[in-house]
Write a protein that binds this ligand. Structure first.
Ligand code: TYM
Length: 382
């Protein structure tokens, strides 16, 4: 597994870094190589006692791995609360892949009645993208926050941090963190090279700060639990190494898989807009993207009716699996009909276009309303 910054050339090799995901992702291998833990039935049993019922994303193992979730739940059992922390790098519009961990985070916020710190890294996206400006990343920060709020987060328990604007809150902790991470550790974790700008080298210290900010704001020392896709894990490795030296708990993580793009393999990525569904895509654009999607279908309808298709390689089936078919019996029936050749790709695509456009239309209405309340979520207004 290569860990590099910048775009790497690769020939099908798996690359999973915070900036790049390429090749076929082998999640079992990531657990081994990143040194994370699989979610065990025992741990999920404990989680279930606090959440009534396991969230679908857990049941379907979209969230599949963790660090210290057991510790956080044990502490919770003893009466020690925790906070949630996740974020977004505002390089452009939000796609539905970004929303996978946010939907789960909202579920945890509701079940545990706990605070969420949400970091919008307009500084990160400015530093790592040579073509971006601070004005653009700031604008996308605002736009992306609307998408977050539209998912139903509660303003009283949600603290959005816009890095550039709120740096005065973050800077002292960032310095303490930075002082304890050597260049050698950062280079081996993130693959920094001689040509990497020094802003990027300092950057991981800033993403670490919201793990610890609750103590500064309230005086309470509690652990942070971070729901995110596994691409963000390298940040937590360096943060966990020094957390206790600064008198904090090690931040805990729960990692999800990547919602794939609409092409053959690869995660949904904003850098490949034709294979991503953005929240602001109008219905005809959604329809066109779905119509061009890679499926597990056969060359001709006659062949497919006879031999059936393969949902395991189909990007559309993954959309039902991750987000758009909550009823597991209906999902299994869709899979059966697909494999048996009873349902062709056209029908399946038509259904998903309808579901997606309905979801996006409702999302956009809530997003519009979020413009009236967005200030209530800003950490500085609390
Ligand atoms: P960013 O903007 O790249 O991604 C935002 C969140 O979306 C997750 N993600 C996905 N999840 C499922 N399927 C996909 N196809 C997919 N693509 C992205 C990411 O894992 C992330 O959780 N540096 C961060 C911003 C950040 C952050 C954080 C993220 C700051 N603090 C704490 C998570 C937790 C970034 O650029 O994320």
């Amino acid at each position: 597994m290569a860990a590099q910054n910048g775009n790497s050339e690769n020939n099908g090799e798996m690359v999973v870094t915070p900036w790049e995901v390429k090749g076929k992702v082998d999640y079992e291998r990531l657990i081994r190589e990143f040194g994370t833990q699989p979610l065990t039935p025992e741990l999920l049993g404990k989680l279930e006692t606090y959440t009534d019922k396991l969230h679908l994303q857990i049941e379907r193992r979209i969230f599949f791995s963790h660090r210290d979730l057991d510790t956080v739940l044990n502490l919770y059992e003893q009466g020690k609360k925790f906070v949630l922390y996740t974020g977004r790098g505002p390089s452009g519009p939000v796609h539905i892949g970004h929303m996978v961990p946010w939907i789960f985070t909202r579920h945890l916020q509701e079940k545990f009645q706990t605070r969420l710190y949400f970091q919008i890294t307009d500084d990160e996206k400015f530093i790592i993208d040579n073509n971006s400006t601070l004005a653009e990343t700031r604008k996308w920060g605002y736009e992306n926050a609307l998408d977050l709020i539209a998912l139903g987060f509660k303003p009283e328990n949600t603290f959005i941090i816009y890095d550039v604007q709120d740096m005065d809150l973050l800077y002292d902790i960032a310095l303490k963190v930075a002082k304890r991470i050597t260049f050698s550790t950062a280079r081996s974790t993130f693959g920094f090279q001689d040509s990497t700008n020094i802003g990027w080298v300092f950057w991981p210290a800033i993403q670490a700060v919201p793990c610890f900010i609750h103590k500064k704001l309230t005086g309470e020392n509690v652990p942070a639990l971070i729901p995110a896709a596994i691409d963000q894990d390298p940040y937590w490795r360096v943060t966990r190494d020094m957390a206790q030296k600064l008198g904090y708990y090690k931040p805990a993580q729960i990692h999800c898989r990547f919602l794939p793009g609409l092409g053959a393999g690869g995660k949904m990525s904003a850098s490949m807009p034709e294979t991503s569904i953005f929240t602001m895509d109008p219905p005809d654009v959604v329809k066109k993207k779905i119509w061009n999607a890679f499926t597990g279908g056969r060359g001709t309808a006659a062949e497919q009716r006879k031999l059936g298709a393969d949902p395991s390689v189909c990007s559309i089936f993954q959309y039902y699996y991750y987000l758009f078919e909550q009823d597991s019996k209906a999902l299994a029936e869709r899979e059966r009909r697909c494999r048996a050749g009873e349902m062709l790709c056209g029908e399946c695509k038509r259904d998903i276009v309808e579901k997606l456009n309905k979801f996006l239309e409702e999302h956009r209405e809530r997003r519009e309303k979020a413009k009236d309340t967005i200030e209530e979520f800003h950490i500085k207004r609390k």
